[in-house]
Design a binder for this molecule. Sequence first.
Ligand code: FES
Length: 153
Amino acid sequence: MEAYPVPERRRFINWFLGTSFGALALSVLYPLVRFLSPPRIPEPGTAQIEAGSADDPVFREKGFKIVRFGADPVIVVRAAENDFRALSATCTHLDCIVGFQKERNRIWCNCHGGAYDLTGRNIAGPPPRPLTAFKVNLVPKSGSAPTVVVSKA
Ligand code: FES
């Protein structure tokens, strides 16, 4: 007895339903797995983080770097050769991320023109409070420039 061949249209429908179900399952499971898996950034309560080498070209060229301290962005500024400052990078006005104006030696918020000095004190524009300061240590590293380590002040 000869089996009936599966019609082309039926194979297409089977393939279409099979892949649709797979895509639906993937679109539901992927966000669920991403939500349940922990983020790769350090958790709040982190004691300290490394902001890189003191001779990192980014510090030399731009004068600053934004790093994550737990969930919070922190701006690390190279004020002088071995003088680094770390401040919260969240503007106290409306929470924009601040930057550093190397030529004016100040922290600057592009959103509404807020400015802070390198101690974090609000000196111009709408920010109502200073930026939170962090502690910076230069940890010696054998054979190369020290590592910039940021911790809670
Ligand atoms: S958010 Fe920074 S000045 Fe407004």
